[in-house]
Design a protein around this ligand. Sequence first.
Ligand SMILES: Nc1ccn([C@@H]2O[C@H](COP(=O)(O)OP(=O)(O)OP(=O)(O)O)[C@@H](O)[C@H]2O)c(=O)n1
Ligand SMILES: C[C@](O)(CO)[C@H](O)COP(=O)(O)O
Length: 231
Amino acid sequence: MENLVAVIPAAGRGVRFGHSIPKQFVEVGGKPILAWTVRALYRCGAIARWIICLPEEGFENYGELMARHLGAILDRCCFVPGGKERYETVWKGLQRLDESCRWVLIHDGARPFVSSELTRRVVQKAMETGAAVAALPATDTVKNVRGDRVCTTLDRSTVYLVQTPQVFRRDLILEAYKSVLSKDTDGPLGTDDAWFVERIGHPVYVVEGERQNIKITTVEDLEWFRWKMGL
Ligand SMILES: Nc1ccn([C@@H]2O[C@H](COP(=O)(O)OP(=O)(O)OP(=O)(O)O)[C@@H](O)[C@H]2O)c(=O)n1
Ligand SMILES: C[C@](O)(CO)[C@H](O)COP(=O)(O)O
């Protein structure tokens, strides 16, 4: 699609992963995890241009590292320094979009197992509705807990574990981020992009995600990665 641009937040520090470098640059099978993610997304064939957000600290070096792995994508890619929080990174990436972009696909750089089929389903739903996210219905019982004590048990039928890709009309996601960031919002801001669209009252639709579409968060996730890749 000529007017679909991918924004890839990959500027995190990977604190929960506990490695000396951010987890998205840990190499598996000779490639940084971020390169595997871009390769997986590229296979859907729908992305016209790429905005890849890298850590501000070490930005040049990470850009050089990624340039060695992006092949033909490099000509259609720009690197952007990220921020301290994920939403700050995404906002920096969104501000690089131009008028030719009609749709924005936001996908975590730490989710290397996204399939083309899932990507196409989220894009299709977003084209119909303006905003769509991949999400999986909870399969375990879900409870609210304070400290080590259960408060309430949630109705599991209404609980979904949200993933990326998250796809939006460009004007909508820009308006959502601008509107929320221009106000003094009490409490923490959203940990995903759909939260901003919800805050301006626009409906967000769910597309069934995939169990394999995990976010590499801890070292255990990396072992799963290696097993999945047969490495
Ligand atoms: N300031 C940030 C924080 C996160 N991310 C990206 O958002 C995705 C999901 O975030 P998460 O898994 O939380 O990554 P980290 O923030 O690096 O992990 P941690 O919370 O363990 O530090 C990752 O691709 C991460 O690189 C980002 O671009 N900018
Ligand atoms: C965007 C996300 O992957 C959806 O589940 C998640 O919110 C990212 O959270 P993180 O704490 O930045 O990993």
